[in-house]
Design a protein. Structure first.
Length: 156
């Protein structure tokens, strides 16, 4: 009995579908993570969320907080942007992981420096006049006495 080329092609397609299904079914069994792998995947997902979503959230939060903060005639304005903050976070996370945590203090300072540089002070009154009014107030020990009375220990 002689087979036709169409029949041979059909057998090859059927065989390749069968092999692909067997491979998929077998690999699916391998994809069930162990408890350790689940922790690793969870930690990597949290790190990815931190690196991607946190800069946007932090930038928006800082913008809202500082734009609504007032101190008498002094108004604050924040010009923080999520994209530069994302770059700082990526650099900080990469260098912290690369150095095994040694870079963490420098990462914290880089983040604080950028966030502080984005805050601006606006006032209708000259700042020298505001500073002079603060310096002219008498200094009392009431605050220190209150902390002693309530048991707070604040030291610098």
């Amino acid at each position: 009995m002689r087979s036709s080329p169409i029949g041979e092609a059909q057998v090859e397609v059927d065989a390749s579908i069968g092999v692909a299904f067997a491979w998929w079914h077998g690999s699916r069994m391998l994809l069930v993570p162990s408890r350790t792998e689940a922790w690793i995947y969870g930690a990597l997902a949290a790190l990815a969320f931190y690196v991607v979503a946190w800069p946007y959230y932090a930038a928006r939060l800082q913008h809202v907080v500082w734009s609504r903060t007032r101190l008498g005639e002094i108004h604050f304005r924040s010009e923080i942007k999520a994209r530069p903050l994302l770059r700082i976070v990526l650099k900080n996370v990469g260098l912290t992981l690369l150095t095994g945590g040694v870079y963490w203090p420098w990462a914290t300072m880089a983040m604080a420096r950028y966030r502080i540089q984005c805050v601006h002070i606006e006032s209708g009154v000259p700042l020298s006049a505001l500073a002079a009014s603060v310096a002219a107030r008498p200094v009392t020990a009431a605050g220190e006495g209150a902390t002693d009375a309530f048991g707070f220990d604040i030291g610098l």
